[in-house]
Ligand binder design. Sequence first.
Ligand code: HEC
Ligand code: HEC
Ligand code: HEC
Ligand code: HEC
Ligand code: HEC
Ligand code: HEC
Ligand code: HEC
Length: 365
Amino acid sequence: MNNQRGLSILIPLGMLGLAFVVGNVFSESDVRYSRTDAVFRHDGWADSASCGECHEQAEEFDQTGHAQTLLPATAPHSVQLLQMLEDSDIGQKQRVTIDAAGEQLLLARTTESGTTRAAVGWCVGSGTHARTWVSILPDSMGATDLLEYRWTWFRDGQDFAVTPGHPDVVPPTGAGCLGLQFDGPRAVRCFSCHATRLGTREDRVDEAHLVAGVRCQRCHGPRGEHVASGGEITNDSWRFEDREESVRRCGQCHRNAEEFTAEELRPNNTVLPRFQPVGLTQSSCYLLSELSCTSCHDPHKPLSAQDSLGDWQCVQCHSPEHNSQTLCAAGHSADCVRCHMPKVRQPDSPLKFTDHWIRIRKEAP
Ligand code: HEC
Ligand code: HEC
Ligand code: HEC
Ligand code: HEC
Ligand code: HEC
Ligand code: HEC
Ligand code: HEC
């Protein structure tokens, strides 16, 4: 951090030139979203903290992955982890240093060609699986680009590795030596799934109005009038009476089956478990009953605080007490998830996800 020679400073950031267009598992570029989604609305918002005054749903909500999925990079948890990057094998090898002393969190990388440095903006991912850092960079056209840093922390192994989808070889200076740059639409998309409110204008993320994390109003819509009126229902809410629509709304971020080709939609495709609605909606359980995401998950509680392991949900429809129901043909009466919804490792990263394509598997677990 003390080498001033050949220093290229990435702040102010208008000068970033090269944009790399490389596929990235964290940046789902082909996702369709609607400009009318709550996240893009400019007005009608209530203070996020107000919901807890009247609703018990807020009690444990701050501990959910949804609430914690986006933090300012200067939040204590994020700073602590980035300081570990400095001491990690990859951080040492690639000469990465962190300076958290001022108001900004600065990351620098030194190569033979000099030192490149940038102010880190946000930490993405709750850490249940992983955390990745990004910065929003204003470009010369008044839009925003996104720099996704090269180093991701994985819970599994408790260590840093190269962010999935990043190239092996990078340029010695400039933004490219710190990570991948994405254009405005992708920056907006990235935040639209990890934030509640974007305050966006066109392809620009407005950091001043950004409400981080997937909070109450991301799912239930801006609730300013609702709060001001003491609880009157004045806007559209989540329509749970339509099960398919409800699952699709979870799929807005977790992804829906139409985003995949018929060929990709095969049970042994190990990419699919990361996109839970895709597998679930192929399962006979879903197709031949009223099963939905909220049959097993309470979106208001952390995963660890709910019994989502499935046995009790499974026996609602596969119970020996109802002789009309289908029972396990292998004769098992417990531990259903282990055999029928195992965790599956992703092809290009150490992450594992629960396979929601509930089915009979040939391979023994
Ligand atoms: C002053 C108390 C109060 C506050 C503050 C409040 N609510 Fe409510 N809310 C109510 C009441 C009362 C109902 C039930 C209304 C009914 O059934 O007619 C309700 C119902 C709801 C419902 C279920 C019905 C629907 O519209 O889907 C949701 C969702 C909801 N509130 C979300 C929120 C959110 C999000 C916030 C924070 C931004 C919030 N509320 C803040 C009192 C409040
Ligand atoms: C606005 C986007 C968005 C919507 C809508 C959404 N999710 Fe999520 N969900 C996320 C993100 C992002 C995460 C990752 C959290 C993290 O960083 O670990 C997540 C994580 C989760 C988790 C893991 C929770 C944990 O505590 O680790 C569950 C379960 C989940 N979502 C279920 C649902 C269900 C069910 C719905 C529909 C009712 C839904 N989600 C709707 C974005 C969304
Ligand atoms: C279409 C919505 C969507 C977009 C766009 C998106 N994410 Fe996510 N992201 C999710 C969901 C949903 C999860 C939770 C996956 C799970 O836990 O099942 C997630 C999880 C993550 C995680 C935790 C690791 C993991 O895979 O669970 C990181 C880190 C992350 N996203 C970073 C990013 C970054 C950086 C961008 C933009 C460059 C981005 N995401 C764009 C929806 C999205
Ligand atoms: C990931 C999306 C998501 C988030 C975030 C979320 N909710 Fe909900 N909420 C739902 C869904 C889906 C339902 C319907 C649940 C069902 O069908 O069992 C619901 C139902 C409700 C209801 C109606 C419950 C009833 O019994 O009628 C209230 C009130 C509510 N949520 C308040 C909140 C508050 C307050 C927060 C923030 C602390 C919040 N929600 C965050 C998805 C969400
Ligand atoms: C039949 C029960 C069941 C249904 C229905 C269900 N899930 Fe799950 N889900 C689980 C189980 C079991 C886990 C693993 C929980 C654990 O590890 O603690 C899980 C885990 C998750 C996770 C955490 C990441 C992972 O893959 O391990 C997310 C996100 C998630 N589910 C989203 C959804 C969404 C979105 C839907 C609706 C499309 C849904 N689930 C429907 C049982 C279910
Ligand atoms: C809401 C009801 C419902 C729930 C909950 C449910 N299922 Fe099913 N499941 C069904 C129906 C309906 C079928 C179609 C066969 C039948 O008629 O019983 C089915 C079929 C299956 C099959 C055979 C799949 C095939 O392709 O041949 C398996 C295995 C299975 N379920 C396991 C589970 C497990 C494990 C759970 C809990 C994680 C579960 N189910 C939860 C309704 C449900
Ligand atoms: C040790 C692994 C294992 C466990 C645990 C297990 N199953 Fe199975 N299950 C299987 C296998 C293997 C088959 C296919 C057997 C066959 O076709 O001969 C099967 C078949 C099924 C079927 C399809 C029945 C049919 O006639 O088509 C259902 C439904 C089912 N299991 C539900 C469950 C439920 C519910 C649980 C938990 C109460 C459970 N299983 C626990 C391995 C398991």
